[in-house]
Design a protein around this ligand. Structure first.
Ligand code: SF4
Ligand code: SF4
Ligand code: SF4
Ligand code: FES
Length: 684
C-alpha cells in the first residue's frame, strides 16, 4: 500500500491513503462536512456546493467532495467564510423550495431541514413568486414533487449505478430542470424505492408511506426480509402494530442500504384481509372457526391416537419459517411422531455442494465476498431478478473494484451489460483460460446445476488453481436453514444421515398417510388432491392446501416472530418480532401448544426461540457461530460440514421457483404493492 498522506483538518492531523477525498478524510477524525450531492459509493457530481471548505494556499473555497488529499494540506471546515458560503448555498437551494416541512413526508429526517437549521439564514431575501409545478406520480410507489428537488442527482446515480437500471434522468434546464422517468410520464423499472430513500429532501416520496406518520412516531425494528434467499436486513417502521415502512438507512446488515421492492414494500401481505386470525376445524365437511383450545385438542387427540394405532405420519416444513421452528418441527417428527417422513420444497442442491467440498475450508462465498472477490461467475440465474442483493453486490464490485464478471446463462441478463465475458447456454468450460488468470473467483449457480453436473462444476472450479468460492442459490428466506435443520427425510440437522430415509415431499403428497402435517407450505398448490386421512395446516392464509385441511392453525409471519434464518450464502441472522397480529401464533408456539396438549412438551424442550437457538448452536454442526454477532444484529456464516455426507443424492428433487422481482410465492400473491406495480404484469 502506498504511503499515507499527512494533512490537517481543523487543526487535527489526519493520515489518509492517496486519492482519498477531503470529505472522507475528515470523517475519519469525526469531522462531518455538510454535503447533499456527495454520496459514498456513487460517482462524484459536485452539484450542490454545500461542502465548500477553506484550503490554505488555494485562492477560493474548494468542494471537499471532489478534492483529493495532498501532503501538507491545511483544511478548515468551520470558518466565518465557510459558514457564510453554506448560508448562501442554502438560500439559493431554497429559492424555489416550498416551505412545507409541516406536511412533507421527509420532515424530521430531511437533510435540507437539518442543514438550514444549522447553517441557514433566519429569513429569505427572495420575494419573487416561486416556480410551482404539481406533484406527479411515476408509479404506485414513486411520487415526485419537483419544487422540493434540489437537483443533487443522487436518485439518478443510484438508479443508474447502484441498480443498473437507469430509469431516471433530468429534463429541461436551469430553474425548471426536473427529474423525469424513463417511459413518458411513468417509470418502468425495478420499483425498488432506492431513489426515494436516497433523496435528501422530500422530492421523491413513497406511495406506501406518504402522509401516514412521522418518523419519530414509529418504533424502528431491525429484522430480516422474508422474501428471497439473500437475507437483507430491513428496518421496519412500526406504529400501533402496523408496519408503515421498511428501509435500512442505518446500513447495518449484509445489504447496507440495499433493499429490492420486496424488502422495502412487500411486507404488506401481513395485513391482507384474507389473513387467518382464528383456527378452523372441519365440521360436517366445512371449515369452521373454533377456539385455539378446541383446535389444539382436536390435533393432539388425533396425533396421540395415530401414535397409539401405529399409523403413519408425514410432515412438510417450510422455506420461510425460522431455524428454531424447523429444528423443532423435525425434532417433533422424529422424537414424538417417530418418523423420518419429513421434507420441504428444495430449491438448490446444497447437499451435493457441501459433500463435493468435503475436506476443504473457506469454500463458501458470503454476500460480502461478492463485493470483494476479483471475479464472479454467474451460472444459470437471472440474478438481478431472482437474487437482487447478490446482483447489487456484484455490480458494486464491478463499479468500485473493476471486478471481472462472467455470465453463463440461457437468456440475456442485466449482468451482460458489464460482463467481462458472456456465454449463452451452459458452456462454462470455454471460459477456463480467462478464469485461470483471475486472482480469485466466486461461482454462483442455480438449480440447473445439481447432482453430477454440480460435482463437475466443483471439480472445474477446483482445477482452476486459484482460490474459488461457491454460492448455491436457493429461493426463500430460510430455504438454506430448512436443509441445515434437517427438514429432509434423509438428513438430520447438520447434514447427519438419518439412517433410514422416509418419504420425500412428492411421496408424502401422494401417500395414503394417517396424518399429514404441513407447516408454512403449500404443497397442494394447483390441482393436487389430498390423500392423507387427516390434514393439519399451519399457515397465514387459506392456501390451496389449507382449503383441503381438517384443521387450519393461523400462523404468524416472519415479521411477527423472534428467531433466526439462514440465507443463500449460509449466513445466519436474527429475526426480531416487530408486531403482533390478533389471533395468529408463531409456528414454534403452535407446535409447543400441540406438544403440551399431547403431554410431550417437557420432553422436547424450552419452546422459546432464544433457547432453541442455543440448542441449535450446541447440536447442529456448522452452527457454533459466535452468539454476540447475532445478538448485535450481525450475520454469522455457518461453517461447512467437513466430511462426506453419506446419503443417496436426491438432486432430482431440487427445483427452484425462479421467482422474479415482483413475485414471492404465496406471500407475493397477498402483497398489494407487488401486484400493483405495472412491471408485475409484464413478463420480465
Ligand atoms: S424505484 Fe429503483 S429502479 Fe425505479 S427509478 Fe427508483 S431507483 Fe430506479
Ligand atoms: S429528486 Fe431528490 S435525489 Fe433526485 S435530484 Fe432531486 S433532491 Fe436529489
Ligand atoms: S433482495 Fe431478497 S432479501 Fe433482499 S430485500 Fe429483496 S427479496 Fe428481500
Ligand atoms: S457535496 Fe460537494 S458539491 Fe455537493
Amino acid at each position: 500500500m502506498a504511503d499515507l498522506v499527512k494533512l490537517t483538518i481543523d487543526g487535527r492531523e489526519v493520515h489518509a491513503a492517496p486519492g482519498t477525498l477531503v470529505i472522507d478524510a475528515a470523517k475519519t477524525v469525526g469531522i462531518e462536512i455538510p454535503a447533499f450531492c456527495y454520496y459514498e459509493g456513487l460517482t462524484l457530481q459536485a452539484a450542490c456546493r454545500m461542502c465548500l471548505v477553506e484550503v490554505e494556499k488555494m485562492p477560493k473555497l474548494m468542494t471537499a467532495c471532489t478534492l483529493p488529499v495532498a501532503e501538507g494540506m491545511v483544511v478548515r471546515t468551520e470558518t466565518v467564510q465557510v459558514a457564510q458560503a453554506r448560508k448562501y448555498t442554502l438560500e439559493f437551494l431554497l429559492t424555489n423550495h416550498p416551505l412545507d416541512c409541516p406536511v412533507c413526508d421527509k420532515g424530521g429526517e430531511c437533510e435540507l431541514q437539518d442543514m438550514v437549521f444549522r447553517y441557514g439564514a433566519g429569513e429569505s431575501r427572495y420575494t419573487e413568486e416561486k416556480v410551482h409545478t404539481p406533484e406527479k406520480q411515476y408509479s404506485p410507489v414513486v411520487y415526485f414533487d419537483a419544487p422540493r428537488c434540489i437537483l443533487c442527482f443522487r436518485c439518478v446515480r443510484i438508479c443508474n449505478e447502484g441498480m443498473g437500471v437507469g430509469a431516471l434522468g433530468i429534463i429541461n434546464r436551469g430553474v425548471v430542470s426536473e427529474i423525469a422517468p424513463n417511459v413518458g410520464d411513468h417509470l418502468e423499472c425495478d420499483e425498488c424505492g432506492a431513489c426515494i430513500d436516497i433523496c435528501p429532501v422530500g422530492a421523491l416520496t413513497s406511495g406506501t408511506y406518504r402522509y401516514k406518520t412521522r418518523p419519530w412516531e414509529m418504533e424502528h425494528v431491525g429484522t430480516i426480509c422474508t422474501h428471497c434467499g439473500d437475507g437483507c436486513k430491513t428496518t421496519l417502521g412500526v406504529r400501533n402494530d402496523r408496519i408503515i415502512r421498511g428501509n435500512n438507512r442505518d446500513r447495518s446488515g449484509i445489504n447496507g442500504e440495499f433493499l429490492c421492492i420486496k424488502g422495502r414494500y412487500g411486507f404488506d401481505f401481513y395485513d391482507h384481509p384474507d389473513r387467518l386470525q382464528a383456527p378452523l376445524v372441519r365440521t360436517n365437511g366445512k371449515l369452521e372457526e373454533v377456539s385455539w383450545s378446541k383446535a389444539l385438542e382436536v390435533v393432539a387427540q388425533k396425533f396421540n391416537k395415530v401414535i397409539a394405532d401405529q399409523g403413519t405420519f408425514g410432515v412438510i416444513g417450510s422455506n420461510h419459517t425460522s431455524n428454531e421452528e424447523n429444528f423443532y418441527l423435525q425434532k417433533f417428527a422424529r422424537e414424538v411422531l417417530r418418523t423420518n417422513n419429513i421434507d420441504h420444497h428444495r430449491t438448490g442442491d446444497v447437499v451435493t455442494l457441501i459433500d463435493a467440498l468435503s475436506g476443504k475450508t473457506s469454500k463458501l462465498g458470503t454476500v460480502n465476498d461478492l463485493y470483494n472477490a476479483k471475479a464472479a461467475l454467474v451460472l444459470g440465474a437471472d440474478l438481478a431478478l431472482e437474487h437482487p442483493l447478490l446482483s447489487f453486490q456484484i455490480r458494486a464490485n464491478y463499479r468500485h473494484h473493476q471486478a471481472h464478471v462472467y455470465v453463463v446463462t440461457e437468456k440475456e441478463v442485466r449482468e451482460d451489460k458489464y460482463a467481462f465475458a458472456k456465454v449463452r447456454g451452459r458452456d462454462y468450460e470455454s471460459l477456463r483460460d480467462k478464469l485461470k488468470a483471475e486472482p480469485s473467483l466466486v461461482i454462483l449457480f442455480d438449480d440447473s446445476y445439481k447432482g453430477d453436473d454440480l460435482r463437475k462444476l466443483v471439480e472445474f472450479g477446483e482445477s482452476l488453481g486459484i482460490p474459488v468460492k461457491f454460492v448455491c442459490l436457493v429461493d426463500y428466506a430460510n430455504s438454506r436453514g430448512a436443509i441445515d435443520m434437517g427438514v429432509t427425510p434423509e438428513l438430520l440437522p447438520g447434514f447427519k444421515p438419518s439412517g433410514q430415509a422416509g418419504m420425500h415431499r412428492g411421496e408424502l403428497i401422494a401417500a395414503d398417510l394417517s396424518v399429514l402435517w404441513v407447516v408454512g407450505a403449500n404443497p397442494l398448490k394447483g390441482a393436487a388432491k389430498r390423500n392423507a386421512g387427516f390434514l393439519v395446516v399451519q399457515d397465514m392464509f387459506l392456501t390451496d392446501t389449507a382449503q383441503q385441511a381438517d384443521v387450519v392453525l393461523p400462523a404468524a409471519c416472519a415479521y411477527e416472530k423472534d428467531g433466526t434464518v439462514t440465507n443463500t450464502t449460509g449466513e445466519v441472522q436474527r429475526l426480531t418480532r416487530a408486531l403482533n397480529t390478533m389471533g395468529a401464533k408463531t409456528d414454534l408456539e403452535i407446535m409447543g401448544f400441540i406438544a403440551r396438549e399431547m403431554g410431550v412438551a417437557a420432553t422436547m424442550g424450552p419452546w422459546v426461540a432464544t433457547k432453541v437457538f442455543e440448542e441449535i448452536r450446541k447440536n447442529v454442526r456448522g452452527y457454533e457461530v459466535p452468539a454476540p454477532v447475532l445478538a448485535t444484529g450481525g450475520a454469522a456464516q455457518t461453517m461447512p460440514v467437513n466430511g462426506r455426507i453419506d446419503v443417496e443424492s436426491r438432486a432430482q428433487l431440487v427445483k427452484s421457483d425462479h421467482n422474479g422481482l415482483f413475485e414471492s410465492g404465496t406471500l407475493g400473491r397477498y402483497s398489494k404493492v407487488l401486484n400493483s406495480v405495472l412491471e408485475s404484469r409484464v413478463n420480465r
